[in-house]
Design a binder for this molecule. Structure first.
Ligand code: HEC
Ligand code: HEC
Length: 166
């Protein structure tokens, strides 16, 4: 299915903070999955599909905290200079599951972790056309699509950080 999206009318809605919005093509043909789009199409898809839907989601979780939801909420400050490559250095680095640090993180942010696990993960996975995380292969969409690994030299797989039960 092709989607033809007129972008010019949406530019004021991008919500990328005070920085001018990145250059977008006037019209773009968007085919899923996301990782098969070219860079311009990815920019456009993020602006017209991902950001509006996830803004609604995050504002449903906490309207006040996410009043200014935009690219930078996920990608961090200075995302343009980093070419929007994920993970974002501004998001909380996550430890793998089973570690005391990971348990402490869940205890410290129970509501947020539940929201991430039950809403952000499935909604983003569907938007991006990504596979569900598979612990056997280590493939698929997980917390580490957005959050950096805590510590260095980690060989852990993405969803190792998933709380065992939510
Ligand atoms: C809800 C979180 C979220 C928001 C909001 C968001 N993005 Fe993204 N973006 C992601 C994730 C996650 C990826 C990595 C997708 C993947 O795994 O392939 C990504 C990937 C990208 C990429 C591809 C980067 C690469 O690796 O080459 C671009 C470009 C991009 N985003 C631009 C934007 C722009 C521009 C905006 C605002 C209009 C935006 N994004 C808003 C989460 C977000
Ligand atoms: C699509 C991107 C994305 C994915 C995937 C994601 N998160 Fe998040 N996470 C965010 C954003 C954006 C925030 C909000 C940051 C803010 O409030 O400034 C956040 C915030 C958090 C916070 C709160 C941190 C704080 O300082 O208040 C925790 C904890 C968290 N995420 C854990 C997780 C866990 C665990 C997973 C996997 C189950 C996960 N996240 C998956 C984007 C993501």
């Amino acid at each position: 299915m092709n989607r033809f999206v007129a972008l010019s009318s949406l530019l004021p809605l991008l919500g990328c903070g005070s920085a001018p919005p990145p250059e977008l093509p006037d019209r773009v043909e968007v085919n899923l999955p996301f990782d098969e789009l070219d860079h311009d199409q990815q920019m456009a898809f993020m602006a017209t599909r991902v950001t509006p839907q996830m803004r609604e989601s995050f504002q449903g979780y906490d309207a006040e905290r996410y009043a200014n939801f935009g690219c930078a909420t996920c990608h961090g400050e200075g995302a343009e200079e980093r070419d929007f490559v994920m993970p974002s250095p501004d998001l909380l680095p996550l430890h793998p599951s089973g570690t005391p640090e990971q348990r402490a993180m869940v205890e410290e942010h129970p509501e947020m972790v539940r929201y991430m696990f039950n809403h952000v993960i499935p909604e983003m996975r569907e938007l991006l056309g990504e596979a569900e995380y598979d612990a056997e292969t280590g493939e698929g969409f997980s917390c580490y699509a957005c959050h950096p690994h805590a510590g260095e030299g980690e060989s852990v797989t993405a969803a190792d950080t998933f709380p065992a039960r939510m």
